[in-house]
Design a protein around this ligand. Structure first.
Ligand code: NAG
Ligand code: NAG
Ligand code: NAG
Ligand code: NAG
Length: 458
């Protein structure tokens, strides 16, 4: 009797779980004419934009593909970029505007209106004058209604390793080895999905790397054949590998790891900070805590607008909790000049990534995690298509995991080009917490959305 009751309960638990945000808006949806209704000026970064006040200014802006924003009234030009499929940022007339695209959820039905934004934040470029705004697109609107498929309740299902998958991967190819990680069985399938990143991804419809210009090609020609920030003339500029545990906070680990490394580089290793992902998880309105977020909005926008704190000021818990008050004696560290590699979302490619990596420091990237990647032990990873047969339903289909590229090279044995990448799954995973992945073919989307920002030296 009890057994039946439990099974019945599991079956009726609502199977829809929120990830990053369910918005899934493309350039085609967003480019065009917008009205931004700005409410109030003169606030600071503590402004609450969840309930915008009376409109004090209407900005009429034209967003031209791919990155030019025009003030329709005055003809001045600025910049804009899409931020993955989640929203967009505009920089115009010395002010920045960022908002997520609008969505509503009713049961398993998600309606997103890519012609409308949620209330967002506007501030002057130096960040001293904040306001709120809501954007609406002029003309026919782009509304998508999606019904989330009912999935098994992954939060109740323990993850199971699949020995057969590991054997199959190792038989199928020689460039990388798979293994069993017994510790993965302490997680639920939902935990493993969260570890693998945000869930409302673009799948295979993500942007392709941009064509390489003659200029970039010429500049990249003089770069070394291999490079590693962990060993530059015997010096290591990369902070230690960490473990995000069951929280979908990869984006904050990747973002902060970039700032940690770049601060080490800027100071010749005399300033070795470790920053606090829990502060980002709990306090950043530019992300969705343990359900996901994006490095552009953290290493970039959050670090510029709010700054980040050291780990000792806000120790990692790996669960969502309320934002705690600032600890006395804890200062904030800032970053600036954030950008997608190439300038805007969709402008990235391998050569521009190598240039940014060697010239400026490690870069934060997103890529799709498939089930086989969980079992990676060493070598040059490429997706094999072998699935974990213990899972009847693949939870990793649309993930977007954030990690940090620290180097690149060519594998001697196989001749394969690779990126060297820092993960946040502990030092026991992969090659001491790192992995290498095929380079030059946009494997799993790793060359399509890299970003960087620059720490402001204290
Ligand atoms: C979507 O947004 C546009 C622009 O604000 C609005 O005109 C339209 O009514 C919205 N559509 C829905 C279904 O909410
Ligand atoms: C987002 O849209 C793309 C098509 O543009 C689609 O392939 C993908 O599955 C969508 N993602 C979600 C989570 O619905
Ligand atoms: C950077 O640090 C290394 C190791 O401590 C030292 O050998 C080197 O001279 C330093 N470089 C500069 C420019 O100070
Ligand atoms: C895979 O493991 C085998 C046995 O330990 C080893 O000989 C081989 O070099 C490994 N291959 C890679 C690509 O790491």
């Amino acid at each position: 009797m009890r057994v039946y009751a439990v099974i019945f309960m599991l079956a009726v638990v609502p199977a829809f779980v929120v990830g990053d945000t369910p918005a899934n808006c493309t350039y085609e949806d967003v480019a065009g004419e917008w009205i931004f209704e700005v409410s109030g000026y003169g606030g600071d970064n503590k402004i609450d934009c969840t309930k915008p006040g009376p409109v004090t200014y209407k900005l009429h802006v034209q967003l031209l593909f791919p990155d030019v924003a025009v003030d329709v009234q005055y003809g001045t030009k600025g910049f804009w970029t899409l931020i993955y499929n989640q929203g967009f940022e505009v920089v115009l007339n010395n002010r920045k505007y960022f908002a997520f695209s609008e969505y509503t959820q009713q049961g398993s039905q998600v309606t997103m209106n890519c012609s409308q934004t949620l209330p967002g934040w506007s501030h002057n470029v130096i960040g001293s004058d904040w306001a709120c705004y809501v954007g609406s697109k002029v003309g026919p609107s782009k509304v998508h209604t999606v019904r989330k498929e009912r999935r098994p309740d992954f939060s109740q299902m323990m993850y199971r390793n699949d020995k057969k998958m590991v054997e199959k991967i190792n038989r199928a190819q020689k460039s990388w080895n798979a293994t069993i990680y017994p510790e993965h069985e302490m997680y639920t399938v939902e935990d493993m999905r969260r570890r693998a990143g945000a869930m409302n991804g673009l799948g295979s419809s993500r942007p392709h790397p941009a064509p390489v210009t003659a200029e970039a090609s010429k500049a990249a020609f003089s770069l070394p054949e291999s490079f590693d920030w962990r060993d530059l003339n015997g010096q290591n500029f990369v902070s230690p590998v960490r473990n995000q545990a069951q929280c979908g906070s990869c984006f904050s680990f990747a973002a902060l790891a970039m700032l940690e490394a770049r601060l080490r580089i800027a100071t010749n290793n005399t300033v070795q900070k470790v920053f606090a992902p829990q502060d980002v998880v709990d306090c950043s309105e530019y992300a969705q805590g343990c359900e996901g977020g994006f490095p552009y909005l953290i290493a970039g926008k959050y670090a510029e607008d709010f700054g980040v704190v050291e780990e000792s000021c806000y120790p990692y818990q790996g669960v969502d909790s309320a934002c705690s008050k600032e600890q006395p004696g804890c200062r904030r560290y800032y970053a600036t000049n954030y950008q997608y590699i190439g300038g805007f979302y969709g402008a990235c490619n391998e050569e521009l990534m190598r240039l940014a990596l060697v010239n400026n420091g490690p870069i934060a990237v997103g890529f799709q995690v498939y089930g086989d990647f969980m079992s990676y032990k060493g070598g040059v990873y490429h997706h094999t298509g072998v699935k974990n047969s213990m899972l009847k339903f693949d939870p990793f289909e649309l993930t977007n995991h954030a990690v940090l590229v620290v180097g690149y090279g060519v594998d001697e044995a196989s001749g394969m080009s690779f990126w060297t990448v820092k993960n946040s799954w502990g030092t026991g995973w992969g090659e001491g917490g790192y992995f290498r992945i095929l380079r030059g073919t946009d494997e799993c989307g790793i060359e399509s959305m890299a970003m960087q920002s620059f720490p402001v030296f204290p």
